[in-house]
Every structure is written in structure tokens, then in C-alpha cells.
Design a protein around this ligand. Structure first.
Ligand code: FES
Ligand code: FES
Length: 150
């Protein structure tokens, strides 16, 4: 039995230590906001925060998540920065099909947390691992910059 702290709630899960956190979130806990894409840390759609850092939950063994503070898309809007980023996403009409956007928002919040006055180079570096098949990159960049300016 492992105890996970997800979105400030302690949850006990009875799963194998090496099960990826993404599987636990989606299939065990029913938290389906975090998406499954490649499963090999290449696309970013499964991005969550561990102690404020963006991590790929598809390759993070759940045992490594235990004892750390995990935040998912379901709760990112409860932080001031997360709320501002989500609002900017709406204002810039970023979303197309939407599948990648949980991961994009989680990556953007982690980036802005570390670099509040991001420039293009910071965005290139911080968002490089998050793919979007609908090519919403320009709007993502605009939304992130609008939060940085504010
Ligand atoms: S599903 Fe995790 S990076 Fe693609
Ligand atoms: S909005 Fe469709 S994959 Fe990004």
C-alpha cells in the first residue's frame, strides 16, 4: 500500500511499485484529466507536477511519487498562477482538439513558476517537450507571454 499526496489530498493506493503514476491517476483513481499519448516520455500530454516541477507521469513509477506533492490538471486552477494561465488559454483561444492541453498547461505553469518573465528562448526550452498535433504552438506562446507580462 502506498500513500500519495495528490492535489493536497492523501490517498492510499494498492498497486505495484513500478506502475506508472499515469496509470494510477487514470485507471485507479479515475482522474482522467491527465492524458496518455506516447507512454515513453516523448510527447508531454501526461505532464503533472511533482513538488512544482513538470514530470512525465507515464514513466514515473508510482513508488517515486509517494512522499512527494503531486499536482494534476484537476487542481492547477486552485493556484493563483494556474488560474491565470487557464484564463490566458481561454482568452487566446488556444485549444483545438484539446488532447494535449492538460500537459501544455501543466508545463506552462511550471515554466512560469521558475521564470516569471519568460522570453521566447525560455518558452522554446521549457515547452519543447510538449507536442501538439493541432499545432497550437503560436497561441500557446502568446498565452504564456500574456501571463508573463501581467
Ligand atoms: S504519454 Fe507521457 S510523454 Fe507521452
Ligand atoms: S490541441 Fe489538439 S493535439 Fe494539441
Amino acid at each position: 500500500m502506498l500513500t500519495l499526496t495528490i492535489n493536497d489530498v492523501d490517498l492510499e493506493v494498492d498497486v505495484p511499485d513500478d506502475m506508472p503514476l499515469l496509470w494510477v491517476l487514470r485507471d485507479v483513481l479515475g482522474m482522467t484529466g491527465t492524458k496518455y499519448g506516447c507512454g515513453i516520455a516523448q510527447c508531454g500530454v501526461c505532464t503533472v507536477h511533482m513538488n512544482g516541477n513538470a514530470v512525465r507521469s507515464c514513466v514515473l513509477p508510482v513508488s517515486e511519487a509517494a512522499g512527494n506533492k503531486i499536482t494534476t490538471i484537476e487542481a492547477i486552477g486552485k493556484t493563483a498562477l494556474g488560474k491565470r494561465v487557464q484564463q490566458a488559454w481561454l482568452e487566446h483561444e488556444v485549444v483545438q482538439c484539446g488532447y494535449c492541453q492538460s500537459g501544455q498547461i501543466m508545463a506552462a505553469v511550471a515554466l512560469l513558476e521558475k521564470v516569471p518573465d519568460v522570453d521566447d528562448a525560455d518558452i522554446d526550452l521549457g515547452m519543447a517537450g510538449n507536442m501538439c498535433r493541432c499545432c497550437t504552438y503560436t497561441r500557446i506562446r502568446g498565452a504564456i507571454k500574456s501571463v508573463a507580462k501581467a
